[in-house]
Design a protein around this ligand. Sequence first.
Ligand code: ZN
Length: 319
Amino acid sequence: MAFCDVVGHQRPLQILGRVIDTGRVHHAYLFTGMEGIGKRLVALNMAKALNCVDQTGEACDHCRSCQLMEKGMHPDLILINPTGESIKIEQIRELQRSIAFKPYEARWRVILVDRAEQLTREAANALLKTLEEPPPRTVLILVAIAVEGLPPTVLSRCQRIRFNPLSQEEAKKVLIDRLSAEEISILAPLAGGSPGRALQMNREEVTQVKGLLLSALSPSLNQRLHVARELAHEEGWGKLFLEILGGWLRDLIIYHETKEEGRLLNCDLLEEIKKVAPCRQIEGLLRDFWSLHEIQQGIEAHGNLQLSLENALLGIGGS
Ligand SMILES: [Zn+2]
């Protein structure tokens, strides 16, 4: 795999391609963005491209260096992952001992610290020493979902590269070999542009919960209350359902305003969306959307789940 095989992330790839082409490699990078979108994959491909024998700015995927990197067996590619909940100071000390010597064979030794936001304070402070006095021919790539946990002293020494969630089309392209078309249409709308998140979801559960959407919008209020009770009863179903409901309302708003089917997330509900959207006023749809958002926030603040679900289902679908 090489940069050209990475789906999406045009801007970060442009920046990194230029870095490799010009040889002006910074000693530390920080890749940030939501989980499961390919930051680590890009970091690994950067390590390959930096060290590929061909030196074209891309990984050839055939030379010894590329092959060892691909298998994660290159002696100059050092991967640091959280052990348990965090990356501990012992891991950073061990890293520092191992990089006291020159790289074994690579042009650039690459240290990839994945989930860097999970560095303990002590570990981050220890890593700062390496960032302040980087060993020659060594590149550190910190990969993080959020930067809040990282000390400003670490942040200021890294060149930050932001990764955005993938578009729906890009996410589908990544998922096409791993999931059926039906699974993609159900999971992708909930994954928010993260194929990794889509792959982690419990497909059976999402299908079951999504199956309740139309009965939850039934004209019968009694039926709605019944669904609310069913959702509150099963662990994790309530919050998942509200996310699905949010996607449904979003689609109704988009279709109401644009009639563009290509922009809808829930392609499996296209016929229902086309039927319901014209019967609603945009003001009512927007009101539903925002009150759902408030209900979700209320649940996060430890509100009563069943009551919140009942409020959501009784309040939605007016004019
Ligand atoms: Zn190569």
